[in-house]
Design a protein around this ligand. Structure first.
Ligand code: NDP
Length: 300
């Protein structure tokens, strides 16, 4: 039987609709408009595209969107001053500093200067610690999106074997924590893992977050397993025209889809969920800031 395609684009649209509903209620019942501030330093073209897209979607769900575009040469002190103002601004409930930052800026210092309750990326050391100890936190958007899709597909994840390939702080590690929180038996694999194919073959759930195009072939996948492909890799595609590129994930889609029970495509899988979860986190942060009950189904 062919694998079920987990449609992240459609799922993200549903999440945005839910978020928009909560925003409407916050406005009507409490006179509160959730606000998201995005800070971009420099002119990295990919970051500019992300920031534009985040701003557009923020406005579409009815929230207030604020963008701070700072010069690539901005000093650390000036950037920290902008964050400090946003931390103190009662109309701003979520703050996101677009990464990567130019080399002269200390990313850890900058991220940890965001008020933890407004850290909608979930990268602040307090949120990392809260997630690691199973407490209420802001959860990184990409792993949160993966978890939502897995819960939607499986219902309970309890007792399932999960293998996360990749141990980055923004995807692999928080993903593993979330799966553990849902009572999976979790293995985190990385570049030093011995016999990776055998490790992956144990998994009922495989999350690939490696950054290597089509690295995971179908014969690593246990029949019927669910495959979540976080990877975003751009390959040159001269056959599509000069300068054209092709977007592929970290798994070889064709061979994995032939064996898996369910799989996320690239594009149209995890990618669209990331911004949807950013909006969800902003609404959650807004509710927490105002001591209102949190929207159900939008948090871990
Ligand atoms: P990192 O480069 O930070 O981490 C990659 C991880 O993969 C590392 O832990 C590394 O191991 C591991 N790895 C590298 N090579 C191998 C290998 N041959 N075998 C096993 N493990 C290996 O990447 P990110 O976590 O930031 O991102 C991963 C992918 O997800 C990228 O393609 C990125 O573009 C994509 N991404 C997608 C998002 C979305 O919205 N869909 C959001 C964020 C990322 P080690 O630690 O040992 O070096």
């Amino acid at each position: 039987m062919p694998a079920t395609i987990i449609d992240g684009k459609a799922f993200a649209a549903r999440v945005r609709t839910q978020v928009a509903g909560h925003v409407t209620r916050l406005k009507q019942d409490h006179g509160i408009t959730p606000g998201l501030a995005v800070v971009l330093v420099g002119e990295d073209p990919a970051s500019q595209v992300y920031v534009r897209s985040k701003g557009k979607q923020t406005v579409e769900v009815g929230m207030k969107s604020v963008e701070h575009k700072l010069d690539a040469q901005t000093s650390e002190a000036d950037l920290l001053a902008v964050i400090d103002r946003l931390n103190k601004d009662p109309e701003i409930h979520g703050i996101l500093v677009q990464l990567p930052l130019p080399g002269h800026l200390d990313e850890d210092l900058v991220i940890n200067s965001i008020a933890p309750e407004k850290d909608v990326d979930g990268f602040h050391i307090s949120n990392v610690g809260l997630l690691g100890t199973g407490q209420k936190s802001m959860v990184p958007c990409t792993p949160l999106g993966c978890l939502m899709m897995l819960r939607d597909h499986h219902g309970s994840l309890s007792g399932m074997e999960a293998v996360v390939i990749g141990r980055s702080n923004i995807v692999g590690k928080p993903m593993a924590q979330l799966l553990l929180g849902d009572s999976c038996t979790v293995t985190i694999a990385h570049s030093r893992t011995k016999d990776l194919p055998e490790v992956v073959r144990r998994a009922d759930i495989v999350v690939a977050a490696v950054g290597r195009p089509e690295m995971v072939p179908g014969d690593w996948i246990k029949p019927g397993a669910t495959v979540i492909d976080v990877g975003i890799n751009r390959l040159d595609a001269p056959e599509k025209g000069e300068g054209k590129t092709l977007l592929v994930g970290d798994v070889d889609y064709e061979s994995c889809a032939a064996v898996a029970g369910a799989i996320t495509p690239v594009p149209g899988g995890v990618g669209p969920m990331t911004i949807a979860c950013l909006l969800a986190n902003t609404v959650t942060a807004c509710c927490r800031a105002n001591s209102l009950s949190e929207p159900e189904g939008l948090t871990a």
